[in-house]
Design a protein around this ligand. Structure first.
Ligand code: T4K
Length: 392
């Protein structure tokens, strides 16, 4: 297979700095961290007020800024996206034991959040072009027991929202997005936070916009604000009333302060990653058997991951060999997402509903490799990565 979408720009104007030959480990992700002095001034305020968690002023300010940035009336912070997913599913009071259609090509948290809610995950196949959930497979899986679709904007690729929305509407299903990889992405000019009935973002350290650990649940309905607040806070309404079965999903003030500072710098990091994506295209794009992620025109990518797919059936390249050889050079790529959810103990041997005899997820899981993608990647690293691909 020939790689698609090779861009032949010179690269001269890209913001990829040259650096010394790579010796220190280079990881798939590197946390974007704010200036320490700036953080100190927040810490001084937190220490002075002694208000460190439980809906403090910085978390409230961050929520307001995120709601404005993402154009949604409801944006509630969480201590991580996994708890955010639990709450997003809980919000809709789906019938216990009902089925939630999802993708196997995702992080464990997606499927676990369904099972933790006493709901049943039903796995369906993914699209060949961008590895997001296949609406045709979703349609095949819908039954009278289905209550929701939990779709994932995996690697920052945005799901076929038009088709999923139509299906959800037609069958009276909730459409919830695991948008852990999609902060800053747009679909048809609209921030992805406003798609579907709810979206959940991860602000883990490995995410472009991060609060070290953290998450965000967004919806288009202002009335969800109060209910999500309660579910996030043990269901406590006031000192004497507990009105729902809530959990502790609160974000503390230190994390919120990091979020406020990172809000000012994440677009700069995103721009650098756009340049880096282009350099990866130049370096790897012409290699047989290497497929770089394509982005449709109506989508603005989040620039969260640099996914390459290595087609081992049509070329001499071997994904695991490349990963091993990179590691020998202290470059640590990751096989997100291999194994897939249906390979995990709790979901093992559950079928993947597909229009194909062999679900495409079973093919793709042997192809995927996420390469280091952050502003710590230098030209020297790119040279090393290219040399490994060429030698394998
Ligand atoms: N839905 C989806 C689709 C997700 O991908 C995720 C999480 C979730 C839901 C749940 O979101 P959270 O509840 O986590 O907010 C990482 C992340 O921990 C996880 O957030 C992420 N997805 C998943 C895809 O990747 P690991 O096990 O790969 O992380 P780890 O520790 O191996 O980190 C990767 C590399 O990043 C390391 O090799 C080094 C570097 N790193 C990592 C950390 C933590 C640093 O340089 N500094 C650091 O502090 O799961």
């Amino acid at each position: 297979m020939t790689a698609q979408g090779l861009i032949s720009a010179s690269g001269a104007d890209l913001d990829i700095h040259s650096g010394p030959a790579a010796v220190a480990p280079l990881y798939v992700s590197q946390p974007l961290l704010p200036d320490q002095t700036a953080l100190n001034s927040y810490i001084e305020k937190i220490w002075a007020s002694k208000y460190v968690t439980n809906h403090g002023p910085f978390s409230l300010e961050l929520e307001d800024r995120l709601a404005a940035l993402l154009h949604v009336p409801t944006a509630k912070l969480f201590n991580n996206a996994t708890i955010g997913l639990l709450v997003a599913l809980k919000l809709f009071e789906l019938p216990p034991g009902s089925e939630v259609i999802t993708t196997p090509m995702t992080f464990a948290a997606t499927a676990h959040s369904i099972a933790w809610n006493n709901l049943r995950p039903v796995f369906v196949d993914i699209k060949e072009d961008d590895l997001t959930i296949d609406p045709e497979a979703v349609e095949m899986a819908i039954s009278p027991r289905t209550s929701a679709i939990l779709a994932v904007h995996v690697y920052g690729c945005i799901c076929d929202h038009g088709a999923l929305q139509r299906l959800a509407h037609l069958h009276g299903l909730k459409l919830i997005y695991d948008a852990a990889h999609a902060f800053g992405a747009y679909w048809n000019g609209c921030p992805v936070a406003s798609l579907g009935h709810a979206s959940v973002f991860s602000f883990h350290a490995t995410k472009l916009f991060n609060t070290l650990e953290g998450g965000l649940v967004t919806t288009n309905r202002p009335e969800d604000r109060e209910r999500i607040y309660l579910l996030r806070n043990f269901g406590i309404k006031n000192e004497e009333e507990v009105v729902s079965v809530g959990i502790n999903g609160k974000m503390n003030e230190l994390q919120a302060a990091i979020g406020l500072l990172n809000l000012d710098i994440f677009e700069g990091e995103r721009e650098k990653r756009k340049g880096l994506r282009q350099r990866y295209r130049q370096v790897l794009g012409g290699l047989d058997g290497v497929l770089l992620q394509e982005v449709a025109e109506h989508i603005t990518q989040s620039e969260q991951y640099l996914l390459v797919r290595i087609d081992q059936e049509k070329s001499r390249l071997n994904r695991d060999e490349i990963k091993k050889k990179l590691a020998e050079k202290q470059i640590f790529a990751r096989k997100y997402f291999y194994p897939i959810c249906t390979d995990y103990e709790p979901f093992r041997n559950m079928p993947i509903i597909s229009k194909r005899a062999r679900p495409y997820a079973q093919v793709a899981k042997h192809q995927v490799l996420c390469l280091p993608f952050h502003s710590g990647v230098t030209e020297a690293h790119l040279d090393l990565i290219a040399a490994v691909f060429q030698a394998c």
